[in-house]
Design a protein around this ligand. Structure first.
Ligand code: NAD
Ligand code: UDP
Ligand code: UDP
Length: 338
């Protein structure tokens, strides 16, 4: 038979020679940049659990070793301390590119979005890996279309305080599509909407982490502006499922990945009170510049083409991050006492 031309007439362990090398099943090797961060570490958990080899690249700018320390004994896991702004040589099948300071408090300091993305695209081009960019709903700016579809081009201030993040991600999307069209790199683009869950940075100023930490510490919840601006909050495991479906699927995107449930900041404060401490008080503070008034993803494209939609509503997801926050706040307080 035709099969015989591949078979070895010797011992049984050569039977693998029947299958042409390219078709042989082998473990996927995957890089996750920013894998020691909030979203990245949950993604790493999922990839390791399904049997992939995972290399995390992180410079610990906002990430923490604690987020991935449970994998250190696993030979399929590697952690490289490296800044993606510098080139790197690796051989892998897929690159999830998450490295980026993601909160207003941190992102002012870093050109990661452009240089880091360029290096990871250069890497993907050289080794023929598939590249996934974690872009953001911020590419829509202060949107004039509601809810936001992927076809909307956005309303972004190019010279404001948020611009290095918004425009940085917009440039990253442009680079990604240029490498796709110009160098045939297989790419995927996710536009991620506000995401929360265990391991979120405690001090990065995001609204969910602020409110949850404030309620645990018995401090007032700080509502910026009149609190009527809206956001849509997605639990992290839903996002991770979406990222993997996108990477492994056939569509480039961009895809909105978010939970369409829309809340004002005052409503969010109420849910946090219900979940953690009904006696918590609210304190109003001036809002930040260029704050988007509303934001809500239209996820019909991801539903249809990726067969994905979020499963965990805010009232179910919030309680899932409380014990992690309690433990970390407790440890912090103990640390201060020493
Ligand atoms: P995070 O800050 O927890 O994670 C980012 C990780 O990247 C950290 O571990 C950090 O140390 C690392 N990093 C930063 N700069 C680096 C550099 N130059 N070299 C190597 N590593 C570097 O943030 P996150 O919430 O997990 O966000 C992950 C990705 O998802 C980001 O690209 C972010 O823009 C995107 N995103 C997140 C949200 C959200 O709500 N969490 C929303 C939209 C988009
Ligand atoms: N790059 C990298 N690792 C690689 C290949 C490329 O870090 O394995 C970096 C490289 O240093 C360059 C960037 O990716 O700065 C873009 O690479 P590309 O080959 O596309 O551009 P060129 O080097 O031709 O300007
Ligand atoms: N916000 C708030 N109190 C806080 C932190 C943030 O009311 O302690 C508001 C902020 O002004 C914005 C919304 O919550 O309108 C979401 O802010 P976040 O930084 O979490 O996300 P992003 O603005 O990037 O969507």
């Amino acid at each position: 038979s035709r099969d015989n031309q591949f078979s070895f007439p010797t011992t049984s362990h050569f039977k693998v020679g029947r299958v042409p090398a390219a078709l042989r099943q082998r473990r996927l090797r995957i890089v996750v940049t920013g894998g020691a961060g909030f979203v990245g570490s949950h993604l790493v958990d999922k990839l390791i659990e399904r049997g992939n080899d995972v290399i995390v690249i992180d410079n610990f700018f906002t990430g923490r070793k604690e987020n991935v320390v449970h994998h250190f004994v696993n030979p399929r896991f590697e952690l490289i301390r490296h800044d993606v702004v510098e080139p790197i040589l690796l051989e892998v099948d897929q690159i999830y590119h998450l490295a980026c300071p993601a909160s207003p408090v941190h992102y002012k300091y870093n050109p990661t979005n452009v240089m880091g993305t360029l290096n990871m695209l250069g890497l993907a081009k050289r080794i023929g890996a598939r590249f996934l960019l974690t872009s953001t709903s911020e590419v829509y700016g202060d949107p004039l279309e509601h809810p936001q579809k992927e076809t909307y081009w956005g309303n972004v201030n190019p010279i404001g305080e948020r611009s290095c993040y918004d425009e940085g991600k917009r440039t990253a999307e442009t680079l990604t599509m240029d490498y796709h069209r110009g160098a045939d790199v297989e790419v995927r683009i996710a536009r991620i909407f506000n995401t929360y869950g265990p391991r979120m940075c405690l001090d990065d100023g995001r609204v969910v982490s602020n409110f949850v930490a404030q309620a645990i510490r018995k401090e007032a919840l700080t509502v910026y502006g009149d609190g009527k601006q809206t956001r849509s909050f997605q639990y992290v495991s839903d996002l991770v499922d979406g990222l993997v479906a996108l990477m492994d699927g056939e569509h480039v995107g961009p895809f909105n990945l978010g939970n369409p449930g829309e809340f004002t900041m005052l409503e969010l404060a109420e849910v946090v009170k219900e979940t953690i401490d009904s006696s918590a008080t609210i304190e109003f503070r001036p809002n930040t510049a260029d704050d988007p008034h509303k934001r809500k993803p239209d996820i019909s494209k991801a539903k249809e083409l990726l067969n994905w939609q979020p499963k965990i509503p805010l009232r179910e997801g919030l309680p899932l991050m409380v014990s992690d926050f309690r433990n970390r706040i407790l440890n912090e307080d103990e640390g201060k006492g020493r």
